[in-house]
Design a protein around this ligand. Structure first.
Ligand code: NI
Length: 178
């Protein structure tokens, strides 16, 4: 297993659409294991394959703060099949340096996908887990949480990013990165 480099905004790779995984084999299981390791090493609660430079539809999620590391959820070709209600959540992202913002998403989702053991999986989620699943699936479609914000807010973030890059400082605000 290996910790992979995480691509960050404004890397154009993050705007591309990932391919469906046609065959779940050892190669896929291998990079999914690396993604899990990378997510924990970066202290994130979710990670999508394009964030580590792989344009394939794979995500890993672990929102269980009490049993962290025990059962990471790894989903291949995930799709939201049901969504209802609204929830607003303060989101951060491992690919968006030093910025969080409130994003509105569905409050409950049913997500289908496949495990690395080639089994079909259905996950029902609410709260942070629902937010995280929608956020990661967005990554597979080349979308960041920034794309849910107004152009004004996005512009402010670009300015702030320039400032951060100049100063070289990364403040820690305690919001989980997904
Ligand atoms: Ni993210």
């Amino acid at each position: 297993m290996a910790v992979l480099r995480i691509h960050t905004f404004p890397d154009p790779l993050l705007t591309r659409t990932s391919e469906r995984i046609a065959e779940i084999d050892g190669r896929v299981a291998g990079y999914v294991a690396d993604m899990v390791e990378t997510m924990y090493a970066a202290n994130g609660v979710g990670l999508a394959a394009p964030q580590v430079g792989l344009l394939e539809r794979a995500i890993v999620v672990d929102t269980d703060s009490e049993n962290r590391g025990l059962a990471p959820l790894c989903l291949l070709n995930p799709e939201v099949v049901e969504a209802e209600g609204d929830i607003t959540w303060e989101e951060g992202c491992l690919s968006v340096v030093d910025y969080t913002a409130e994003v509105q998403r569905s409050a409950r989702v049913l997500v289908s996908g496949w495990s690395v053991d080639q089994e079909e999986v259905r996950i029902e989620a609410t709260g942070l887990k629902a937010v995280c699943l929608q956020h990661e699936i967005d990554h597979l479609d080349g979308k960041l949480f920034l794309d849910h914000l107004s152009p004004l807010k996005r512009g402010l973030y670009r300015k702030r990013l320039k400032k951060i890059k100049r100063s070289g400082e990364l403040p820690d605000d305690g919001v989980p990165r997904i």
